[in-house]
Design a protein around this ligand. Structure first.
Ligand SMILES: C[S@@+](CC[C@H](N)C(=O)[O-])C[C@H]1O[C@@H](n2cnc3c(N)ncnc32)[C@H](O)[C@@H]1O
Length: 215
């Protein structure tokens, strides 16, 4: 088989360009073909580059990559880290794994734990982004630390209700981390009960500490 051009998937971090690794930034700057969300393209794309926005039309994105990679490498920018809920899954289904290369990024989840100065080696991570995690992942246990991705349906309020209904104490400490790394970053410290009374936060990271109850 001829040597194939690569599809390079780059994690651009939680949002602020200060948090992209230099290797990723270099590959983005040198790209001829650049794929990414509209926000990432407006941050990084240059006039000389041919771009393709990632929209709901994932097949359209795959066709763009399929056609352009015959000519040169295609750079695909994803938020956070590519290995953690990104387009990488779909790319692995569409292209041979040998054609893919990944430059890691800082996940929003990793960044949230860093902002709380909280180690995450014993944390359980779960995603409510367009899905509901397995019951055992989100089950209450003393001393459990649970990090969660959210979306607009499963947000700070609905997830708090969901977890209380499944046996988590209402006084469990909850950190609601929004707009991480941006200038208007907001980290609220409350409880599951408190989250029910506060304004809804969507597309945030929730970190719940079972062993750290507040009365
Ligand atoms: C599809 S997931 C992508 C995760 C990404 N690959 C990562 O490693 O961070 C999108 C979710 O990540 C979280 N997220 C991404 N960027 C964020 C940020 N800057 N602040 C807070 N949460 C963020 C939100 O829960 C959002 O709904």
């Amino acid at each position: 088989m001829d040597k194939q051009n690569k599809i390079i998937v780059i994690g651009i971090g939680p949002g602020n360009p200060d948090y992209i690794v230099p290797k990723g930034l270099q590959a983005i700057r040198q790209a001829r073909f650049l794929v990414g969300g509209r926000r990432a393209l407006s941050q990084f794309a240059q006039k000389s580059q041919e771009t393709c926005p990632i929209t709901a039309d994932i097949q359209g994105v795959m066709h763009f990559i399929q056609a352009r990679v015959k000519q040169a490498a295609v750079i695909v920018m994803v938020s956070g880290d590519p290995g953690y809920y990104s387009l990488l899954d779909a790319l692995r289904r569409e292209f041979p794994v040998e054609q893919l290369a990944v430059i890691p990024g800082i996940s929003a989840m990793q960044y949230a734990f860093a902002r709380l100065s909280l180690p995450w080696h014993d944390a359980v991570l779960a995603s409510f982004h367009g899905r509901v995690p397995a019951a055992e992942a989100i089950a209450f246990a003393p001393d459990k630390v649970l990090g969660m991705l959210t979306d607009s349906r499963y947000n700070s309020q609905s997830i708090a209700r969901y977890l209380i209904d499944r046996g988590w104490p209402e006084t469990s400490r909850l950190h609601i981390c929004s707009r991480l790394s941006y200038e208007d970053e907001e980290i609220l410290h409350t409880t599951l009960q408190g989250a029910l009374q506060m304004a809804v936060k969507s597309a945030c990271i929730l970190i719940l500490e079972a062993g750290s109850s507040h009365t």
